[in-house]
Design a protein around this ligand. Structure first.
Ligand code: ADP
Length: 248
């Protein structure tokens, strides 16, 4: 990992808030700017990267003792999903074995020289995110993803405490799925409430990276392995996302 200049961890207090979507789009945004980028999917039980890059069924090759990342959209990718024979196979491990897989994915991958490694951390504040954050050598910091409603914001408060306890600098809080503009009438609907991420950032004196509106195209692009930012660059969601990346 010594040949990696910047390591950014993407965290969330709970699953389903768009952490993996943000990780993948952050990696694609940096790659489009000309940086060499890697993306590590550290969620052993629910790997998303193979799906988000339309690579389900691909397996990683090995050279001597090291695993070669799978490259797509100019990004080097590693995921537990590339280490199983069949995409529907579950990785059923606990404790030490899980740490072994994480150590392998962090320390024995031929990343080569990278400007950025984005680490998509498992959700929550339990064993797995703890192991991931402790195994990464001098990370630059974490981006905390949340949705706007209070229940998610409550979990973000835990993520903030988690980062502070681990001395992981918080690069900012990103409010995802924040409003949806009706394509027919143009009215903005706040499906999941409003401002929970911003208010939490203010309360804890952390940087607020902005609101990312809901855009159905983000999921469709993920399903097809296409870059949302490249194909829908004019959309409010892509513009908000790029603004957030500039602040990281
Ligand atoms: P997590 O990693 O937090 O579990 P995901 O990144 O897998 O969450 O996102 C959960 C679902 O929400 C996916 O289907 C994804 O396509 C969708 N999604 C995430 N962010 C947005 C958004 N801004 N607009 C529309 N759909 C989104």
């Amino acid at each position: 990992m010594s040949a990696i200049k910047h390591k950014i961890v993407v965290l969330s207090g709970k699953g389903g808030v768009g952490k993996s979507t943000v990780s993948a789009n952050l990696a694609m945004s940096l790659a489009a700017k000309g940086f060499s980028v890697g993306l590590l999917d550290a969620d052993i039980h629910g790997p998303s990267v193979p799906t988000l890059f339309n690579l389900v069924g691909q397996t990683a090759t090995q050279t001597n003792d090291a695993i070669n990342p799978v490259t797509a959209n100019g990004i080097k990718l590693m995921s537990a999903g590339f280490m199983i024979a069949h995409p529907d196979q579950a990785i059923i491990v606990r404790g030490p074995a899980k740490n072994g897989i994480l150590e392998q994915m962090l320390g024995q991958v031929n990343w080569g020289r990278l400007d950025y490694l984005i680490i998509d951390c498992p959700p929550g504040t339990g064993d797995e995110p703890l192991s991931v954050c402790q195994l990464i050598n001098s990370p630059d910091g974490g981006v905390v993803v949340t949705t706007p409603q209070e229940i998610a914001a409550a979990d973000v408060r835990k993520s903030i405490q988690f980062c502070r306890k681990l001395n992981l600098p918080i690069l900012g809080i990103l409010e995802n799925m924040s409003g949806f503009v009706c394509p027919k009438c143009g009215e903005e609907v706040h499906l999941f409430g409003k401002d929970g991420g911003r208010k939490t950032a203010e309360k804890f004196n952390e940087a607020f990276l902005g609101r990312i509106p809901i855009d159905p195209a983000i999921g469709l692009c993920g399903d097809e392995g296409r870059s949302f930012l490249e194909h829908h660059g004019e959309s409010a969601t892509a513009v908000a996302f790029e603004k957030a990346v500039e602040q990281i």
